[in-house]
Design a protein around this ligand. Structure first.
Ligand SMILES: Nc1nc2c(ncn2[C@@H]2O[C@H](COP(=O)(O)OP(=O)(O)OP(=O)(O)O)[C@@H](O)[C@H]2O)c(=O)[nH]1
Ligand SMILES: [Mg+2]
Length: 497
C-alpha cells in the first residue's frame, strides 16, 4: 500500500536541516537519517551468546560468510551489505578505516584483524555480491548477557542507544529458551526504538531448534509445539510479531551442501538399521566409531560439525525415502530446517514494510533531536512530526497491531482477530490480509475487501460498539480501502491504451 510517508519524512528532515544548519553535529545526525531512508532496510540478528546468530545469518544469506565460533570476531558488530565486489572494512573507534584481506579457509571467510583488538573496533563492514543482500543489510551483533560485560554492552548500546533511534530498523531475535534476559532485551528494544510510536518490529526465532528434542528425528515437531506456546505467551506476544523455530545449522549447511557430505550420508544410509541407530546414539559414539568402513575420522567430524546429529539422522531417513541425489536432498533438508517460514516472515513483516520501518526510525531520530536540543523556532517541526506519526496509515497499523497484542480492545474476539489480520498482523500482502491463497486473483481480493469493508462499517455504525473500538474500525476500513485503491490502480495500468 503506497502512502506518502517517506516523502513526508524526507521533507521533515530537510526542514530540520534548515533549522539546525549552524549545529554541525545535528546536521551530521540528520544527514545520516536522510541517508538511511534511501538505503536498504537494516535488520539486526541479536540474541544471547552462542544462540546461533552468525550461523542463522549465513543461512539467510545462503552463503557461509559470517564466522561462527571464533573468539575475536564474535565481539564485534559486523555489517553485511550488498556490493558488486567483495570487500571487508575495519572501522576503528579512533583512526581511519582500513581494508582487511579477503581470506578463505576451507570455503569460509576468515577475518584477519591484523592485530587489532575487538574493543578498539567500532564495526566491520562486509560488502558482498549476494542477491539476498540487495534489499536488506544484515547486522550480526555480539551476544547480549555474555560473561563479558563489555561485549554485552556493545550490543545493547548499538541496538538500543539512549536518545537516538536504533542503528537497526528491525531485529531478528534468537533464543534457545525464553529467558528473562530475552524478554528484558526485547522490552528495551521496543521502548527505545519505537519511542512514543508504540509499535513492534521484532521477530523471535526459537534457535538451534534441532537440539530441543535432543536431535531426535521429531525434534522440529517438539520445537514447533514450544514455538506455538511462546507465540501465545502474553509477555512475548506483545514484543515480537511472531515466533518461528529454525535449525539454523541445518539450514546453513544444506544450502551449501558438498559432494563429500552427500557421500558420507549415503554410506550411513547403507548400514543395517539397528547398527546405525546404535552408532547415532551420541555425538561421541559417532566420532569414535570405526564403522561404517570408508567413513574417515575427518569426514565424520565434518559431517557432525556441519549438520549436527539431527541433520545426519534426517539426511539418512530422506536418502532412504528416495532422495538419492545431492540437490533434491539438500533442498529437502533446507525445507525441513524451518528456514522458509522465517524468510516468509521477514518478507511479509519487514521487507514489505521497509519504507514504514525506515521512516519510523527517522522520525524517532528527529524526535530525539528536538527533545535533546530544543530550538526556538522548532515548534513547527514538532507539529509536523506529530502529524506524520498520527496520520500516516502505516504507523496507525503498526500502532494498532501493538495495542491489539498488548492491552487489547473492547471488541468480540473474532473481530479483534480479523482486525489484526486485516491490518497486516500476519504480513502485509493483500491475500494474507484477507486470508486468501497466494494465487488469489485481483477479483477474489476485491470481493473479500468489499465484504470486510461492509462488515466493519456496520460495526462502526453500531451504537453498541465501544468508543475505544472505533479507532480499530477506522484503521481496518482504511486498510481495506487502501487494498481496493491499489487494485483499482493496477486495473487501470492493465487497461490497453
Ligand atoms: N545443533 C545446532 N548447532 C548450532 C545451530 N546453530 C548454531 N549451532 C552451533 O552453535 C555454535 C555457536 O554458533 P554461532 O552461530 O557462532 O552462534 P552465535 O550466536 O553467533 O555465537 P556468538 O557470536 O559467539 O555469541 C556453533 O558451534 C554452531 O555450529 C543449530 O541450529 N543447531
Ligand atoms: Mg556470532
Amino acid at each position: 500500500m503506497k502512502t506518502p510517508t517517506v516523502p513526508g519524512v524526507a521533507e521533515l528532515i530537510r526542514e530540520a536541516l534548515s533549522v539546525y544548519r549552524d549545529d554541525p553535529a545535528a546536521v551530521a545526525t540528520l544527514e545520516g537519517y536522510a541517508g538511511r531512508l534511501a538505503e536498504p532496510l537494516r535488520i539486526a540478528v541479536a540474541g544471547m551468546v552462542k544462540a546461533g546468530k552468525s550461523t542463522l545469518l549465513n543461512a539467510i544469506i545462503g552463503e557461509e560468510i559470517a564466522p561462527t565460533d571464533t573468539a575475536e570476531c564474535t565481539r564485534i558488530v559486523t555489517w553485511y551489505r550488498f556490493a558488486h565486489s567483495p570487500r571487508i572494512t575495519l572501522e576503528p573507534i579512533a583512526g581511519e578505516p582500513r581494508l582487511l584481506p579477503l581470506k578463505r579457509v576451507s570455503g569460509r571467510l576468515v577475518f584477519d584483524l591484523g592485530g587489532a583488538r575487538a574493543e578498539d573496533v567500532e564495526r566491520l563492514v562486509v560488502e558482498w555480491p549476494s542477491e539476498s543482500l540487495r534489499n536488506v543489510t544484515l547486522i550480526d551483533t555480539p551476544g547480549i548477557a555474555s560473561l563479558s560485560e563489555d561485549v554485552s554492552a556493545r550490543s545493547v548500546r548499538f541496538l538500543t542507544p539512549d536518545d537516538a533511534p536504533s542503528q537497526a530498523d528491525a531485529v531478528v531475535y534468537l533464543m534457545r529458551h525464553m529467558h528473562a534476559t530475552d524478554l528484558r532485551f526485547l522490552e528495551s528494544f521496543k521502548d527505545t526504538e519505537a519511542g512514543r510510536s508504540g509499535t513492534v518490529n521484532a521477530i523471535a526465532v526459537l534457535s538451534r531448534a534441532d537440539e530441543i528434542g535432543a536431535g531426535r528425528i521429531d525434534s522440529m515437531l517438539s520445537a514447533g509445539d514450544i514455538a506455538e506456546r511462546y507465540r501465545r505467551d502474553p509477555s512475548l506476544r506483545k514484543l515480537a510479531l511472531g515466533v518461528v523455530p529454525v535449525a539454523g545449522l541445518l539450514a546453513q549447511s544444506a544450502r551449501s551442501m558438498r559432494q563429500s557430505d552427500f557421500e558420507s550420508l549415503a554410506l550411513l544410509a547403507a548400514m543395517e538399521r539397528p547398527e546405525r541407530e546404535r552408532l547415532l546414539l551420541s555425538a561421541d559414539r559417532f566420532l569414535r566409531s570405526g564403522i561404517p568402513e570408508g567413513l574417515t575420522a575427518d569426514a565424520r567430524e565434518q559431517l557432525l560439525e556441519r549438520f549436527g546429529l539431527f541433520g545426519i539422522r534426517l539426511g539418512i531417513v530422506l536418502f532412504r525415502a528416495g532422495f538419492r541425489d545431492p540437490t533434491p536432498l539438500a533442498h529437502e533438508l533446507a525445507r525441513r530446517s524451518g528456514l522458509d517460514p522465517l524468510l516468509g516472515m521477514l518478507a511479509g513483516q519487514f521487507h514489505a514494510r521497509a519504507d514504514a520501518l525506515k521512516a519510523r526510525t527517522a522520525l524517532v531520530g528527529v524526535e530525539a533531536l528536538l527533545r535533546t536540543s530544543p530550538r526556538v523556532g522548532s515548534g513547527h517541526l514538532a507539529a509536523a512530526l506529530e502529524r506524520l506519526q498520527v496520520n500516516a496509515h502505516e504507523f496507525r497499523e503498526l500502532r494498532l497491531l501493538a495495542t491489539l497484542r498488548t492491552t487489547g480492545v473492547p471488541l468480540r474476539h473474532d473481530l479483534a482477530a480479523e482486525a489484526e489480520r486485516i491490518i497486516g498482523g500476519d504480513g502485509v500482502a493483500a491475500h494474507i490480509r484477507f486470508g486468501l491463497n497466494p494465487d488469489a486473483t485481483a477479483e477474489d481480493i476485491g470481493a473479500a475487501a468489499h465484504q470486510v469493508l461492509h462488515r466493519w462499517r456496520l460495526v462502526a455504525e453500531n451504537p453498541l460498539t465501544d468508543r475505544a473500538a472505533l479507532e480499530v474500525c477506522r484503521v481496518v476500513v482504511r486498510s481495506c480501502e487502501g487494498v481496493l485503491a491499489e487494485s483499482a490502480g493496477l486495473h487501470l495500468h492493465r487497461q490497453p491504451a
